[in-house]
Design a protein around this ligand. Sequence first.
Ligand SMILES: [Fe+2]
Length: 584
Amino acid sequence: MTHDDSSLTRRQMLAGAGSAGVLAVAGPMSVLGSARPARAASAGGAADGTPEQIHLTWGSDPASSVTVSWASPAEATRPRVQLRRGGDFGRTVPAIQRTYTDGINGETVWTYHAQITGLAPDTGYSYTVTADNDSSPAPFSATFRTAPRGRAPFRFTSFGDLATPNTQWVLSYGQSAYAVAAVESFSPLFHLLNGDLCYADLNPTVQPEVWRDFGNNNQSSAANRAWMPCPGNHEVEFNNGPQGFTSYLTRYTLPDNGERWFRGRWYSFRVGSVLFISLDADDVIYQDAGAFVAGPAALTPVASTGNPPIEPGTSFYIHGYSGGAQTAWLERTLRSARSDPSIDWIVAQMHQIACTSSVTGNGSDLGIRQQWLPLFDRYQVDLVLNGHDHDYERSFPCRGFDNMAGTEVATGAPVQTMRPHPVTTDDTGVFDTSKGTVHLVLGCGGTNANLDDYGVDEADGLPQAKVFTRANRPEATATAGVFARAAADAVEDATWSARRDTSTGYGIAVFDVDPGEPGGLTRIKVTQYHALGADPVNPTTGRPGAPTPDYTEFETFTLVRPRSDRSGRDGAVPDQVTASAQSG
Ligand SMILES: [Fe+2]
């Protein structure tokens, strides 16, 4: 059973509740400490502009620009940030307002964004967030640090699939509060949140409430350091924009990708000698896992939205939405980075996965392998961070692919899965990523569907991966009016799989960048910490567990590569992958 399947019953119930259900399920107060009702007015009847869900993102240059974003229950008057550095009086930065009205429950969401530029690199700042109609006793205050400029050591962290701690919502779970605390405990310069932020689409009649609990849960870390997200399949919401990303895009201000129609879906930023690329794999994957009405009831938006009922069997499938614009942007960005002698590392995050062997999760996707892995090979992308399957898995460094190594599940016939080719299967703990890309599945944030159950080919004992090689659009089931999306259509022996955590589906990856010396090697030390016992039920032992604040080391390994400023470097792009590796 996939995690999408597991939520159908509850989702059907919410969908079936129709517009009357909005009132029934929208009322419960968040467990997250905000006592204000969702659309409050103050005692005097004025709108409540009290800041909440406060979070930071990098601007275009993390060494000099940071955006402070937040929401308020109603329209804020003169929303602003007061910035201070050391003992300076500081400056006031006004925030811009962005709002939207949820296309299912008709609720208006008010968000604010103060874009701060002209900051000093590697410098601590304090700030407050307020508005004239802020009803809190004192303005919210926090601190942050800008990125260093040039080659310097720094730390970042990552996971995806976070959800909220409010277990009234489908796929939310208490671990998501501990996961946020874990980020703080490692004090990274920033955090990469690699998609499936809160699963609001699985709670379609209360999406703004789910997002609110998510934002308030994250605030305890994201107000102190940038949290840089990418969209996952569960950011795709009905009636909320051309790709369903309005809830996501309204709340986040992300580095400009220069694409007029696709801002915020993908972007890059630079810290030290590392280029970070954040992608939206929804654009290239075959699998259909966004918003979906399984039936038998339609999902009926409230009348004020003017939106018609969404009929059973409808899914919001956005494969190919950018018309190739994202892949063209990716190639331009990679080519530029690999001709820049001040950039050593290229780290990509995207939600869906090229290399996963979870058996209860979604599976690997040929779309990523076809469109992006050849670019990752050509331009030596070092590391790819994914979520989507709620577990931890590490690949060997891979380059090129093994031809026709897959098997169609339905027929047993050979099928092309473009199986990534491991350049070594010697698990030494030190990997030269100039020779191959390492993929990590980090869907280990906090959501309640632990999927740390991995495939094995019974014939040879090797890890086995499920692979989507085509779209699994909704099909009618044996139950009248009920539709389902099929599981992945192919399998392959996962020769690329190096390590899988069977003990828990929860954890956090910590990355420490060591810039090295001129002409020598640079390193990234990676440590996966995991939350033992946090699985609702561990699939290997059958043992029930509970959320836990204890994160302990699961494994550590080191990525190395030659620095790009080594003598004799000519700035040329690396050689194309060899024919032998392509056909393996
Ligand atoms: Fe996902």
